[in-house]
Design a protein around this ligand. Structure first.
Ligand code: FAQ
Length: 332
């Protein structure tokens, strides 16, 4: 193993005669040294598998996540709100596309990933299996769901796999805008008429628990963390990220005049953290096993969209082939 400045390097000749065990040691040294891993570099098979699992799950979440918000585009209360919501939903589609591209750098094609979603083999975030019952739910999603996503993803931006960590940088900037628009909706409702305030509080009551759960099971129950953290795919644990989200969000609720729906919530002066009551992990596991309020609808909506979009994909391929032929004829 050569160390040049702060970089761990191996010559191709040395790599060719290294055993798998030696390669794993070299790989771990790069990770521990804070180096990014790029697509063509050697990586343990499980590192590749873990990344494909996580990145594709993330991509599917962005795409399925468009559905609950899309439900309100035609019913947004003003033209400004409609334009903002349209832009947000469009951003989520863009995030899905970057993330599928990042997953493809690991040697899996997009259609395989999409088929895994459509057949129910791949997971997507638990949070998108809840209905958006009122306009305030759009505020709650931006404030809480994007808020939780940002806290998680700024951590993932420090992760070891180059294409994924770089995708996180841009995604987080856009999520920041999403988060502010959501908080603005909630703040205005909370400071509006009594009925509007109640609508905002009701949305917070329904979305708080699922937002806490979406950051993954407790560290003790997290089955992938030992691998994902050893390889810096995640650089902080689920509970650490969750605590940061809680500490950031509780004061925002107070500032808006809303009440976090947790009678056990209290501030610990010593640790300087907000402590919450029991998380409903039974609900979390029920939802990720397919028994949440909207799991069936979300999946059938995506299956229908795939079928209805078939002619667009066929037309795009036919057009690309035609263009290629034209270019080849010019070049000949
Ligand atoms: N939902 O061992 P761990 C967004 C599964 S994007 C469903 O702790 P890990 C943007 C997990 O897969 C939101 N399943 O797992 C937006 C594993 O099962 P498996 C999505 C979950 O990976 C906003 C099992 O439980 N973000 O919101 C969930 O080390 C608004 C054990 O868990 C990402 O995907 C869950 N919530 O840590 C869009 C970020 N949590 O796969 C539209 C990338 C856990 O072994 C509108 N992912 N599971 O069968 C991550 O950071 C990680 O995967 C964690 C979980 C932190 C979510």
């Amino acid at each position: 193993m050569l160390k040049v400045g702060n970089t761990v390097k191996f010559t191709p000749l040395i790599c060719a005669i290294m055993t798998t065990e030696e390669r794993e040691i070299e790989f771990q040294a790069k990770i521990d040294n804070g180096q990014k891993i790029e697509p063509k570099e050697w990586m343990p098979e499980n590192y590749r598998k873990q990344l494909i699992r996580m990145i594709s799950q993330h991509a599917h979440s962005e795409i399925v996540g468009m559905l609950p918000e899309g439900n309100w585009i035609t019913r947004a209360p003003s033209l400004r709100r409609k334009a903002v919501l349209l832009a947000k939903v469009q951003d989520e589609a863009g995030h899905g596309l970057y993330l599928y591209s990042a997953a493809e750098t690991l040697g899996i094609d997009r259609q395989t990933l999409i088929d895994q979603l459509l057949t129910g083999k791949a997971k997507y975030s638990s949070i998108f299996n809840y209905p958006t019952l009122s306009w305030a739910d759009i505020g709650a999603i931006g404030w809480l769901v994007d808020g939780a996503a940002i806290v998680n993803q700024t951590m993932l931006a420090r992760g070891s796999y180059g294409p994924y960590s770089r995708a996180m940088v841009r995604i987080c900037k856009e999520e920041s805008f999403h988060n502010r628009q959501g908080y603005e909706i909630m703040y205005e409702l909370a400071n509006g008429t009594e009925a509007q305030k109640q609508m905002a509080q009701d949305a917070l009551n329904r979305w708080w628990g699922p937002s806490i759960q979406m950051l993954g099971p407790s560290d003790a129950a997290s089955t992938n963390s030992s691998e994902t953290m050893k390889w810096n795919i995640k650089v902080e644990s689920n509970d650490v990220v969750r605590q940061r989200f809680i500490d950031r969000t509780v004061p925002q609720a107070v500032a808006a005049g809303l009440t976090i729906p947790d009678p056990d919530l209290k501030y610990n002066e010593e640790t300087e953290h907000w402590e919450i009551g029991e998380v409903d992990w039974d609900e979390f596991y029920r939802v990720i096993k397919g028994h949440g309020p909207c799991n069936k609808k979300r999946l059938s909506d995506r299956q229908r969209a795939e079928k209805e979009g078939e002619w667009v994909r066929e037309a795009a391929i036919a057009y690309a082939e035609k263009q290629n032929k034209k270019m080849n004829a010019i070049a000949a």
